[in-house]
Structures are given as structure tokens and as C-alpha cells.
Design a protein around this ligand. Structure first.
Ligand SMILES: [Zn+2]
Length: 345
């Protein structure tokens, strides 16, 4: 009797720990906004871009762009490269290696142009501008707000570095088969990024699962939280109805469904009901869908690896690669499969 219980416990543990273990061999607050930025931007990625309409922007001249400012509820008209400095400073810690900041600058420029091309007349959520200043698009803050948000001396210490990241990559964008890409990114992959179709609905050729081995400094690489087992069960039941789950049968009733190539949980079977990893992430407010449940006494410990949706560039992975000596082009080409770094026309 005791043996069978231990066996069940081992199976239970294995089911939930496998995704974590699978990643371990490979090897925020980064803009806390990053995962939502990327998730939001992907909503429209199923629609192919029309590459016929060339964007009339030049890398050698000032370009005024329209940006919807969520703080003032007004459309700003601002120089493209100046705008990018406010994005890089908002989306990535300025303490990061300059090569990681340059990679972020190129993704920020690429994302802006992707939006301009896709929504030349403004997008549904903000009709007067193709891009906004919030997590819905990519975060931008004014210099004044950035100074207010950071410790004394931040501007003098880091603004030159932010400017360098943008100026030294002026006009550079990412393309795949001569089309501007949608450069999704996230904070911390947990060791391996995701195929786009495993997180969103669409398979995108340049958003493939790749290793991300240099994330050891990421503050949210590993995280855990404990909740009372009663709360754990009632939370699941509140969403999925009166499932037959109790503290005594959780080990049998919660089974692993499928795991993505990136090592994250795509689905679980809870009392024979299929539940997606994303739903569980949302239900319990988890950092990622790479999670495991550990039952001990009257508590469930939920252990997570990584932070964000895991698609595209890992920002902490980019910082780690930069510290290892990779330059921004190598970083971008690592996280975005078969892309080119092109110049705006
Ligand atoms: Zn927006």
C-alpha cells in the first residue's frame, strides 16, 4: 500500500518536473511589459504583410512618425530615432551590455516599421497612429519620465549608452525574405525559446525554438510560490466546473498533456478535461507556462522557469550572449531564424 503511494508520488512528481528538467541541462524586471507587448503584437501576426507598399522612410534623414501617447491621450509627432531611444530605455535595463541594447534597438525599429506598414492609417485600438506608448505595442517613455522613474544619476550614467545603441544601428531593421519581421521578444525563456505556433496560433518561419543558454543572471529564471491545497483546487473548480479533484487524488487526476519543443506545458489533463498551459498560467498568475506542481502536506508549490511567452528574442538571453562576447547581429540572428539585417531605404 505504502509502495503504491510512493510510486504514485514519483509518477506525479515526474509528470510535473519533466518540463523543468528538460530545460535544466541547457543551461523581471526587465521591462515588466515585455511579455504582454509581445503577446499583444502577435494577435495580428496571422495576416501576412503586403510587401508591395514600400515604406517611405529614410535612414539618412529625420523621419517624423506618429505615436499615440497613452498618458496624454494625444498623438505625438516625433523623430523616429529619438522615439527609439525612449523605447530601448523603457524595454530593457540600461545596465545591460551595449550589444544587447543594440539588439533591442534594432527590434524596436523593426517593430515600429512593422506596425507602420501594417497599419498605415492607424490601428483599431488607436486609429490616429500606427503605434502607441504602452504594452499594447512597445513601451515608450519621455526622457523626463525615465529620469523620474530611475535613481539619481541614471540619466548621466546611462543616457549616452542608450543613444549609442540607437545611433550606432541607425536605419537597421530585421527582414525575412525581404519582408519586415514582427520581432517578438520576452524577458527570460528558461533555456529554450518557443515555436510561435506553440504559443500563438500561427507558425512563423523566423520564430523558431532555439537554445537560450546564457540566462543565469535572470532574476526570474526560477521562481516558486506556495498556496494552500484547498485554494488550488477551488481555483481550478471555479473555472472548470465541479471536477472530481481532492487533496487525496490530485496525483492521479492531474496528468501532463503535451509539452512544447521549448519545454513548456502546452496542455494538462485535469480529471480528463484538457486545460492549456496558458490557461493555468493565467489562472495562477505564473511567470511562464514552464511550471510544475509539488504537493507537500496541505500546500501546493508551483515552481516556474522563465518569464514571458518565450517566443523570439530572450532579453536576458541576449544580455548573456553579449556578456559572452557575441555582438548584436549575432544575437539577433540567433533568436530570429534566417533573418537578415537590412537598412531602411
Ligand atoms: Zn498600441
Amino acid at each position: 500500500m505504502k509502495n503504491s503511494f510512493i510510486f504514485a508520488l514519483i509518477i506525479f512528481s515526474m509528470l510535473f518536473i519533466i518540463p523543468t528538467v528538460a530545460l535544466n541541462y541547457l543551461e523581471n524586471k526587465i521591462g515588466n511589459t515585455n511579455s504582454s507587448t509581445s503577446e499583444d503584437t502577435n494577435k495580428s501576426s496571422s495576416e501576412e504583410q503586403n510587401d508591395k507598399d514600400n515604406i517611405q522612410l529614410s535612414s539618412s534623414e529625420p523621419n517624423l512618425i506618429k505615436v499615440y501617447n497613452l498618458k496624454t491621450n494625444e498623438v505625438m509627432v516625433i523623430d523616429l530615432e529619438e522615439y527609439l531611444k525612449g523605447v530601448v530605455a523603457s524595454e530593457m535595463p540600461a545596465e545591460f551590455n551595449i550589444e544587447a541594447l543594440k539588439a533591442q534597438a534594432v527590434t524596436a525599429r523593426t517593430y515600429l516599421l512593422y506596425k507602420i506598414k501594417k497599419f498605415p492609417d492607424g490601428q483599431p485600438e488607436h486609429l490616429d497612429a500606427p503605434i502607441c506608448t504602452g504594452t499594447h505595442c512597445q513601451v515608450w517613455n519621455s526622457k523626463e519620465d525615465l529620469i523620474a522613474q530611475h535613481e539619481n544619476g541614471w540619466y548621466d550614467k546611462y543616457w549616452g549608452k542608450i543613444e549609442e545603441s540607437v545611433d550606432s544601428t541607425r536605419g537597421q531593421i530585421l527582414t525575412y525574405e525581404n519582408k519586415i519581421i514582427e520581432p517578438l521578444f520576452h524577458s527570460t525563456s528558461g533555456g529554450r525559446t518557443e515555436n510561435s505556433e506553440d504559443v500563438f496560433s500561427t507558425s512563423v518561419p523566423y520564430l523558431r525554438s532555439v537554445e537560450s543558454p546564457y540566462e543565469n543572471n535572470a532574476p526570474k529564471l526560477h521562481d516558486s510560490a506556495k498556496i494552500p491545497i484547498g485554494d488550488f483546487i477551488s481555483k481550478i473548480k471555479s473555472v472548470y466546473g465541479d471536477l472530481n479533484i481532492t487533496p487525496n487524488n490530485l496525483k492521479e487526476k492531474i496528468q501532463l498533456g503535451s509539452v512544447s519543443e521549448g519545454g513548456k506545458i502546452k496542455s494538462l489533463m485535469i480529471d480528463n478535461k484538457e486545460v492549456s498551459g496558458r490557461e493555468i498560467r493565467s489562472l495562477f498568475g505564473l511567470n511562464s507556462t514552464n511550471f510544475s506542481f509539488i504537493q507537500s502536506g496541505n500546500q501546493i508549490e508551483i515552481v516556474t522557469t522563465g518569464y514571458g511567452h518565450g517566443v523570439g528574442m530572450s532579453q536576458w538571453g541576449a544580455a548573456g550572449m553579449a556578456d559572452e562576447g557575441y555582438n548584436y547581429k549575432e544575437i539577433l540572428k540567433h533568436y530570429y531564424t534566417n533573418v537578415e539585417i537590412a537598412n531602411m531605404k
